[in-house]
Design a protein around this ligand. Structure first.
Ligand SMILES: Nc1ncnc2c1ncn2[C@@H]1O[C@H](COP(=O)(O)OP(=O)(O)OP(=O)(O)O)[C@@H](O)[C@H]1O
Length: 299
């Protein structure tokens, strides 16, 4: 069993942005979802875990080794699929994988060929192995990114915003791929897409404004809110009114109708109906409570 322990990670960029404010987390094998809005600090945290940048304070242990003091230990064990890959060279998928495998220290030809072919198969790219990665679709690039990340049998995989921009079919394929690899090692999935976490991750945390504001299993979090989320269809001009009189956690258009979800211990009024709680309710409720707390502190 692998273990990743973060203790009190703080990151302040040179421009003064305090992107992480004392983040502590403990993870074991399996898929872990790190959910948070844009700017919450997810990529900063992923880059810090990946030993691509140092925190100002705090410690990180992977399988007992301090990886801030010994970043190479982490780099040898890590597969990282960053949010943006930059520009791919115009060489074939197979050649690029082969090249990176050499850089990762897989020098034995037979072993390298076996890994490269295995990964092209696993990511469903074998038929496209001779094509340039620069000609791949978004979904194929993401799967190729996973193949790159898996070279060298890493013990920890970090995927940062992997499904943004993928169509539903590619997203599904990508999910299947991730869940296949997620059992024997630690996989951290950093995303602002709630469904990615609810579909894939038995454990999760919400990061908001540089702080972990909740950490549990999606199941437990949803269960805690069961019976306390209510739905109502309203006229759109009444939205502000409901916002000031209820703890409104979300409002969206469904087939042209404005549907609101509110949090309340008891039925909050006429025409409200109980909702089968989804992770999205947990997420928006958590963010809403945070913003209320911040407003109270500011007053
Ligand atoms: N290199 C940097 N220098 C200065 N500030 C930065 C740098 N990288 C990120 N930030 C700032 O740190 C905060 C957290 O950014 P980060 O990219 O980690 O968040 P995120 O949750 O990954 O968001 P997104 O999903 O939009 O990428 C933001 O305010 C961002 O502007």
């Amino acid at each position: 069993m692998n273990s990743l322990v973060l203790q009190n990670i703080t990151k302040i960029y040179p421009n003064g942005v305090n992107a992480l404010k004392g983040v502590s987390l403990e993870l074991g094998n399996g898929m872990f979802g790190l959910l948070g809005p844009n700017g919450a600090g997810k990529s900063t945290l992923m880059r810090t875990i990946a030993a691509l940048q140092s925190p100002n304070e705090g410690r990180i242990f992977f399988n007992g080794t301090d990886t801030i003091r010994n970043p190479q230990f982490m780099r040898n064990k890590l597969g990282y699929l960053p949010q943006e890959f930059g520009v791919y060279p115009k060489i074939s998928a197979q050649d690029l994988l082969n090249h990176i495998a050499v850089l990762k220290g897989i020098l034995n030809n037979t072993e390298r060929r076996k890994q490269v072919e295995g990964l092209l198969n696993q990511t469903n790219l074998y038929a496209h192995r001779k094509k340039a990665v620069s000609s791949f679709s978004g979904g194929m690039r993401q799967r190729f990114g996973i193949a790159l990340a898996l070279l060298g049998n890493p013990q920890l995989i970090i995927v940062d915003e992997p499904t943004a921009g993928l169509d539903p079919e590619e997203r599904n394929r990508f999910h299947n791929l991730l869940s296949e690899i997620g059992e024997q090692i630690i996989v951290i999935l950093s995303t602002h897409i709630v469904e990615d976490v609810s579909d894939l991750c038995p454990q999760m945390a919400i990061l908001n404004d540089g702080e972990i504001v909740c950490r549990d299993s999606p199941k437990t979090l949803m269960k805690q809110m069961q019976g306390k989320v209510w739905r109502k269809t309203i006229r759109k001009e009444l939205l502000n009114q409901y916002e000031s009189s209820h703890l409104l956690i979300s409002s969206k258009l469904v087939m042209g109708e404005r549907i609101i979800h509110v949090y309340a211990n008891e039925k909050p009024g006429e025409d409200f109906y109980p909702v089968s709680v989804q992770l999205e309710d947990v997420y928006f409720h958590t963010l809403k409570l945070q913003s209320i707390r911040k407003e109270e502190v500011a007053c």
